[in-house]
Design a protein around this ligand. Sequence first.
Ligand code: UGA
Length: 436
Amino acid sequence: MTLRISVIGTGYLGTTLAAGLAEFGHEVIGVDIVPEVVKKLNAGQPHMFENGLEHLLEQHTRSGRLRFTLDYDDIADWADVHFLALGTPELPDGSADLSQLHATIDALAPKLTKPALVVGRSTVPVGTAPALQERLRRLAPAGDGIELAWQPEFLREGFAVGDTLRPDRLVFGVQSDHALRLLKQVYAIPLSEETPVITCDLATAELIKQAANTFLATKISFINAMAQLCQVAGGDVTVLADALGLDARIGRGHLSPGLGFGGGCFPKDIRALAVRADELGVNVLSDLIKSVEVINSAQRVELAELAIDQLGGEIAGKKVAVLGAAFKEGTDDTRDSPSLTVADYLHDRGAIVEVYDPQAHLAPRDGFTQVGSVIEAVRDADIVLHLTAWPEFRYLDPAELAPLVRSKIIIDGRLKLHAPTWRDAGWKLVQIGRAA
Ligand code: UGA
């Protein structure tokens, strides 16, 4: 059954969700407050790089099932379901900034004169949803006819389209059978493909998302701490991760060692959970999260210091080629990018840093230069740092690059390069947690 759905907030989650819901056959209107974004999306063009999104947007803005607007009047009493896909950025104390959610409710609610289901998709501290529902009901003419549900999202940047069309699970935090029925209609297609569904209360739904991100971040920090141990003890952390991963109770996912996690989600979400856990007196959890963060930050410094060591302890005036600026491969997102932390660290110590990334465009910044190719980045470099695991870096020909550099030293910060190939071509390849 075709539903009318609004998606409020057209960041990478909202845009992908809106396009995905149109693909499921619904009529969808996306809402944003930025005129240029709405204009671009109505022309079928995404405002961020995300594999497969452009195709979906083009197709459904053309089919007429998907459009975007600045005007809440277009959606208020039109939609059966309103999805809230707003950002919850980090405040200076580490807690989540809910102001975009509040502003949206203040704009939407006074226009809701008919009963409707509002579904939160943002990552929020536990306890947020009931407070938002109270605000909605207070401000909406439809009053108690407005119901709030919570459906956490698990999209990964770079795989957002696939994760939307074929989710590995759906979590519905609901308060009534009516809300559950409506959500099942929204997701009739993935549900018909036997996607597992978890139905729960609002608090559990809010917590599932923060727990998932925190658990994944903990896996990464655990394997990075093991990499440190391998480094001193002489073990090989990738073999260790492979062996752990074969235990079905552990799994290999998010056990890849290297520079650690960054981006717009893990760092802020785990800190927000730590703040909320402290507020609620559950300090054991915030202590665990703080350790995860300490390990993660240390990886960046460790790698930068390793680069300095490789150059005999002095990096001032040396040219450093940085391969990768995005926080991970498959995205142009540089928020809290580990690779840029390393680049800044080395630049602050006097290095001449040149960065290449296949997708990310850096805002003009002090210090280091962004260049248009690997060749330009490595020309005359004293050291090369592989810091974002773009597949194209795995297929570089070390023999071709060798004559360009001043010294053939490469640090593989993501442990993804084929060490024998580089070493056979005369390079010194260094990986934390794997012996040379
Ligand atoms: C993450 C979660 O994986 C999604 O499920 C979630 O929906 C999303 O946050 C969100 O909250 O919106 P994302 O930030 O796109 O998705 O990226 P991941 O693929 O999880 O990677 C996060 C960081 O961890 C990256 O910097 C990546 O390089 C690093 N990472 C990942 C590792 O260092 N090792 C690994 O084994 C995996």
